[in-house]
Design a protein around this ligand. Structure first.
Ligand code: CA
Length: 227
């Protein structure tokens, strides 16, 4: 099994390479994100061990770029920062697992074995509703082929609405599924603000009426045709 280690700290990279070799892996190591991306795209690796904090292109960017290039090699992200936001960003970027430094080497080996055993994850199915498409794998959203740039939360909201295209989705349901349990009643306004953003980026821009307000209830994504 071939593993690529992307880590700028020499001591850490050397320790990882030594340990992985001892565990029977064929290992290559690189020190920055650009080199890591190039190697990962060109080489046939069974897994990547990718540090988040790198000079230049960071681990999140490498991961996103890999998935956009349709490379589905399992990625184990390493970070010294262990907070929830980082974890979410990593998983959103297309990483498969996450390990917080400092870690026991045995733990890394066991995570890596699990990732390799699972194999390349099946590519998530792209969603479409008329000319509107959303690809959860590459995080690309288009209307009739034109790319729409969305923030992570706008993307999550649109993804949820697209999963339920044609149905009226209640505001409380949206809040629960897109914002999670921590969202309270007051965050109602937040939903409106995000729906407005989506309307600016889709309805206004393409002169369509995709996101319908159902008064007193919630929203419905409507099937539209391109002009
Ligand atoms: Ca680093």
């Amino acid at each position: 099994m071939r593993v690529l280690v992307v880590e700028d700290e020499d001591k850490m990279r050397a320790a990882l390479q030594r340990g992985l070799r001892a565990a029977g892996y064929a290992v290559d190591g690189v020190t920055d994100g650009e080199a890591g991306l190039a190697r990962a795209v060109a080489g046939d690796y069974d897994a990547l061990v990718l540090d988040i904090v790198l000079p230049g292109m960071d681990g999140f960017d490498v991961c996103r770029a890999l998935r956009r290039a349709e490379v589905w090699t399992p990625v184990l992200l390493l970070t010294a920062l262990g907070d929830v936001e980082d974890r979410i960003t990593g998983l959103d970027a297309g990483a498969d697992d996450y390990l917080t430094k400092p870690f026991a080497f045995e733990e890394l080996l066991s995570r890596l074995r699990a990732l390799i055993r699972r194999g390349r994850p099946p590519r998530p199915t792209a969603l479409s509703c008329g000319p509107l498409t959303l690809d959860p794998a590459t995080r690309v959203v288009t209307w009739a082929g034109a790319t729409i740039d969305l923030s992570s939360r706008e993307f999550a909201l649109l993804e949820y609405l697209m999963h339920h295209a044609g149905e009226v989705v209640q505001r409380a349901t949206i809040r629960r599924h897109v914002w999670g349990a921590q969202a309270d009643e007051e965050s109602s306004n937040i939903i409106d603000a995000y729906v407005k953003n989506l309307r600016d980026k889709i309805d206004r821009r393409f002169d369509v009426d995709v996101i319908e307000t159902v008064r007193g209830v919630g929203y419905r994504l409507r099937h539209q045709t391109a002009e």
